[in-house]
Design a protein around this ligand. Structure first.
Ligand code: GLN
Length: 471
């Protein structure tokens, strides 16, 4: 796929268009399509025009502009933009105004990007369909009877329908890659620690990572380059000095045993075909597939659904109605806590707080939480072993294509199974990317590559080549 960002940048620099016109174009698509799609919770029209005007002034003064200057960017509504609402799609934060900019927002401002608005998500990023949003689901731009995926469904749908060329999301267990797969766009989750989480409303802090959506790998990389790096406000963020060499041969690990019993046969078939295509079409580089073993992979889902709710229950304790956000009226202090949470949280959030509290409680901590942490270590060592002989590991992104709205919303386990191929990268802190693979029943599905820890640019380089081979 050609780079939309470069295309717009070149048109701005050569004065074929202005940042204002670029914004006009995207806002008119939002106006036309978003009543149906519901990708956005808030559109920051006035602010965006002010930001675009500043870019146009720079260009008029003959100043050199950044590659992202004047490029509309949509942000998942769990990323804080000072002075605007940050709801995390929860009733409890419905009227909450962010007091500061997230680190990634500061970085976007430095690059003079134009923030168009905030996109829909599952409440507090908990879910895989955006149906858990307190403000109604996002619909899949390819078929409005189906989900856009989640939890960053709004960002994926916005990019897929041309409402924004690029967007940010967050990925705790697949929330960037899964909706990217369902909507037919590229979704990139960086290594844990590569992008600051400061100003991201926390879900599960050892797994959360901000990442990018775009219609090409190149654009996903451009946006990533702008936001990555160490931030003193996030102690888990790191300075990396990744030097990327131009490789002539890539070895890709295929966990055959793990994949044998899982995904839709049509997805596996598309994967096989894509491997053949990449093998035969690449003149300047070679790709080799090697069978690998990830013996702990089948336990990742259970492990994730213990560690994640444990962290959720602790992170969400701050929403007690005392400090900020929604506060219910009650006669007693405990009554106020109870009513605030009863009214403010949706049922999936409550379920996870309950599970998390349970697995951390005295008597169950060893059996569940500690055991899950041990399994997490095994998952990490599986990948470490695999990366001794391969450059990346391939998985499908999702078991199949986008499901119908309502199809899984009353069956949490069926919904959780959607995450089976995405949670591994979060548990092991690895970078992972979903790129469009093809269609099943006329609906997009993605293929996922997982890279070495802090080998983000190496993974993106490979993904660009694979994407080109599929085109
Ligand atoms: N679908 C997963 C969950 O419900 C992933 C969520 C995410 O990555 N934020 O937990």
């Amino acid at each position: 796929m050609a780079s939309r960002v470069r295309e717009i940048h070149d048109a701005l620099v050569s004065k074929k268009t202005s940042a204002r016109e670029v914004l006009d174009g995207h806002l008119s698509i939002i106006k036309k399509r978003d009543l149906e799609t519901h990708a956005f919770l808030d559109v920051h029209e006035e602010r965006a025009y002010r930001e675009a005007a500043r870019v146009d002034e720079k260009i008029a003064r003959g100043e050199k502009i950044d590659i992202l200057a004047g490029i509309p960017v949509a942000l998942k509504d769990n990323i804080c933009v000072k002075g605007t609402r940050a709801t995390a799609a929860s009733k409890i934060l419905e009227d909450y105004t962010a007091a500061y900019d997230a680190h990634v927002v500061e970085k976007l401002r430095l690059a003079s990007a134009v923030i168009v608005g905030k996109t829909n998500l599952d409440e507090f990023a908990m879910g895989g369909s955006t149906e858990n949003s307190a403000f109604g689901p996002t619909k899949n731009p390819h078929d409005s009877s189906r989900v856009a995926g989640g939890s960053s469904g709004g960002s994926a749908a916005a990019v897929a329908s041309g409402m924004a060329p690029v967007a940010l999301g967050s990925d705790t267990g697949g929330s960037i890659r899964q909706p990217a797969s369902f909507c037919g766009v590229v979704g990139f989750k960086p290594s844990y620690g590569r992008v600051s989480r400061s100003g991201l409303i926390a879900m599960a802090s050892s797994l959360d990572q901000i990442g990018t959506f775009a219609s090409s790998v190149e654009d996903a990389e451009i946006l990533f380059r702008a936001i990555e790096g160490k931030d003193p406000m996030d102690m888990t963020s790191v300075e990396t000095h990744e030097s990327v060499s131009d490789k002539k041969e890539y070895v890709i690990g295929v966990p055959e045993a793990f994949l044998a019993s899982g995904p839709d046969a049509r997805v596996l078939d598309l994967m096989q075909k894509s491997f053949k295509k990449a093998e035969s079409q690449s003149a300047s580089w070679r790709i080799k597939f090697e069978k690998i073993d990830l013996p702990s992979a089948p336990y990742a889902l259970a492990c994730y659904y213990i560690i994640m709710p444990a962290e959720v229950s602790s992170n969400l304790a701050r929403f007690d109605g005392m400090r900020y956000a929604h506060r219910a009226k009650a006669d007693t202090l405990f009554g106020a806590y109870e009513r605030t949470r009863e009214e403010g949280f949706g049922s999936e959030v409550k379920r996870r707080i309950a599970i998390g509290t349970y697995v951390l409680s005295h008597g169950y901590y060893d059996a569940y939480y500690l055991q899950a942490q041990r399994v997490r270590t095994l998952i990490v060592s599986d990948f470490t072993r695999a990366f001794e002989k391969v450059d990346a590991v391939v998985f499908p992104t999702t078991p199949s294509h986008a499901f119908k709205i309502g199809e899984k919303s009353s069956d949490p386990l069926a919904m959780y199974l959607e995450d089976i191929y995405t949670i591994q990268a979060n548990l092991a802190g690895l970078p992972a990317i979903s790129i469009p693979l093809g269609k099943v029943e006329n609906l997009p599905v993605g293929i996922q590559f997982i890279g070495k820890r802090f080998g983000d640019y190496a993974l993106l380089n490979f993904a660009k080549r694979f994407e080109a081979a599929l085109a």
